[in-house]
Design a protein around this ligand. Structure first.
Ligand code: FSO
Ligand code: SF4
Length: 544
């Protein structure tokens, strides 16, 4: 196998025998086979679009399928075989519609590709395709590096676009872009500069995806407001909802009304408590349990109720708790029960059969809900605090958490900040410091949880509004971006920030393994993108 799409890739290089995430070589091969089939599907979808044939089902499917290949989403051979078959069925259906218009269907090896009917042979086909794809690296390793950047960024973009389309937010240009990238990923005539431009274009379109998701979330659930969230538990049966999907959380809340079951969020669903139409409509949304994804094997084991995994990041479950974990949407793991948000009765039945929390437990509280509306609602106070010197500098410390030791850097950085600095945070990286009481500056909290990783969109809007208020560019603001990355959504967000021309971003805990030294050099020259060093050194540099 060959997979280097995430930060925990083996030895910081590539997973080639077994995924450090738990992905098997078979699943890896089938994911590559699926991407190959999606590329053929995209070629046909583009032709269908040009003929005015409706392709919405294919558009949504393509996003969901790319999402299923993200790190820690789906580990099931059976699911990927099913996904491959669906891709081919959709492709053939579009071909029939094209033929019905009297046109000849686009001819290419990819558009005509037939997966074998035997699972073992399909896996071999995936391996062969992967081998051929990696073979391109021999021609020009830097172009190959940027090609992987484009593909991985596209996967992140597709994940956000999938969440947005669940909330009925669509953008035709976004779907066409996804198909164009997939259809032309093998283009041989692009220069290094053109591949770099395409990577930045992925960032541009990812901004659109995050904007759509923001629109979907805020129109469906209201604009987040600062909300105090208990970290402890209350007596009673319980369901834990993990991942990023607010709509799935709503389905769980809706279907547990009147059951007496309390619903807890986990991981990236903490910001859900800030959305008024969730918190106010469903008082049994009790609080938040646990921390970031990489602690789930311990945290899930101790949770006395059913657990629902709505998106990444799912870790291979331990036997001691796997019977209480359910998956939804593109998430899958062999042996775990998969269900749909339309009917979660099996999850409710599981929660009811379990003891639930038998005593109250007070673990304090955290505050979330400082998305763009809430922060910009006090923009005058923030601007005045900067003008009178009571706020010296803003730090955006955001991104993913992970298991590697170098990630203590982020909590150290936040702990060492002088009292006149404010931290904006987002993504699951916040769990390193989310429960720290940093106090406030003239009533403005020093730690502001903007939301999930996709709420990078909200953070960008805050930065743009502040820059306008001070009549400067975002790069001239007293603002430093210190990001942690783990998987492909973080790559998409990074590309969005680079597309916006944001300079001096610090990223860690390591640089992506798929970036060659030459590509890193180009990015550092063009954007002053840098690897984190030590908390002291970076803090001094940011404040100098
Ligand atoms: Fe974290 Fe996982 Fe949100 Fe990622 S839960 S690591 S960047 O999926 O998406 O921040
Ligand atoms: Fe390795 Fe990450 Fe790929 Fe999993 S997703 S196989 S850990 S590089």
């Amino acid at each position: 196998m060959f997979c280097n799409q995430c930060e925990q890739t083996t030895r910081g290089d590539v997973c080639h025998q077994w995924g450090a995430c738990g992905k098997s070589p078979e699943v890896d091969a089938l994911q590559d086979l699926l991407v190959h089939c999606l590329r053929g599907l995209s070629q046909v979808a583009l032709q269908a679009k040009s003929l005015g044939i409706a392709t919405r089902e294919t558009d949504e499917f393509t996003c969901e399928m790319l999402f299923s290949t993200l790190t820690n989403v789906n580990f099931s051979v059976d699911d990927f075989i099913n996904f491959v078959n669906r891709a081919i069925a959709l492709r053939e259906s579009l071909k029939l519609q094209i033929k019905a218009t009297g046109n000849a269907v686009v001819e290419s090896a990819m558009a005509n590709f037939q997966p074998d009917s035997d699972t073992k042979q399909q896996i071999q086909q995936g391996k062969d395709l992967e081998f051929a794809f990696i073979g391109q690296s021999a021609k020009n390793i830097d172009i190959f590096s940027l090609k992987l950047t484009v593909l991985y960024g596209l996967k992140g973009l597709a994940a956000y676009a999938f969440h947005a389309c669940e909330l009925d937010q669509h953008d035709e240009g976004l779907y066409t872009f996804c198909h164009e990238v997939l259809a032309n990923l093998d283009a041989q005539d692009k220069t290094l500069e053109e591949w770099l431009a395409l990577a930045l274009k992925v960032g541009e379109i990812n901004l659109k995806a995050m904007e759509l998701l923001d629109a979907g979330n805020t129109t469906t659930f209201g604009h987040p407001t600062p909300t105090v969230v208990p970290l402890g538990s209350t007596v009673g049966k319980a369901i834990l909802v993990s991942g990023h999907d607010l709509l799935a959380l709503k389905a769980v809340l809706e279907q547990t009304v009147g059951t007496g079951i309390k619903v807890y969020t986990h991981g990236e669903l903490l910001p859900a408590h800030g959305y008024p139409k969730l918190k106010q409509t469903y008082p049994h949304l009790h609080g938040h349990y646990g921390t970031a994804w990489q602690n789930q094997t311990h945290e899930f084991d101790h949770f006395p109720g059913a657990i629902v995994m709505t998106t990444n990041c799912l870790m291979p479950p331990h036997q001691s708790y796997q019977d209480k974990v359910f998956t939804l949407g593109p998430v899958g793991y062999p042996g775990l029960q998969h269900t749909s948000i339309r009917d979660i009765s099996s999850i409710i039945a599981k929660a009811e059969s379990m003891p639930g929390f038998e005593s109250e437990c007070d673990r304090g509280t955290v505050t979330t809900g400082f998305a763009r509306n809430a922060v910009l609602g006090v923009a005058d106070a923030v601007v005045n605090a900067v003008k009178d010197g009571s706020i010296r500098h803003f730090f955006l410390v955001g991104g993913c958490d992970g298991a590697k030791p170098g990630r203590n850097y982020y909590s150290e950085l936040v702990e060492k900040l002088p009292d006149d600095c404010v931290v904006l945070t987002l993504g699951c990286g916040k769990f390193r410091f989310f429960d720290k009481d940093l106090g406030n500056i003239g009533g403005i909290p020093r730690l502001l949880d903007v939301g999930q990783c996709n709420d990078a969109y909200s953070a960008i809007q805050i930065a743009v509004a502040l820059a306008q208020a001070f009549d400067v560019t975002v790069n001239q603001l007293p603002l430093s971006l210190v990001l942690s990355w783990y998987e492909q959504k973080a790559i998409a967000v990074l590309l969005s920030l680079l597309y916006l021309g944001i300079q001096n971003i610090r990223i860690g805990p390591t640089l992506p393994a798929f970036l060659t030294p030459n590509v890193v050099k180009i990015l550092s020259e063009k954007f002053q993108l840098k690897l984190i060093t030590s908390a002291e050194q970076d803090l001094a540099a940011c404040l100098s």
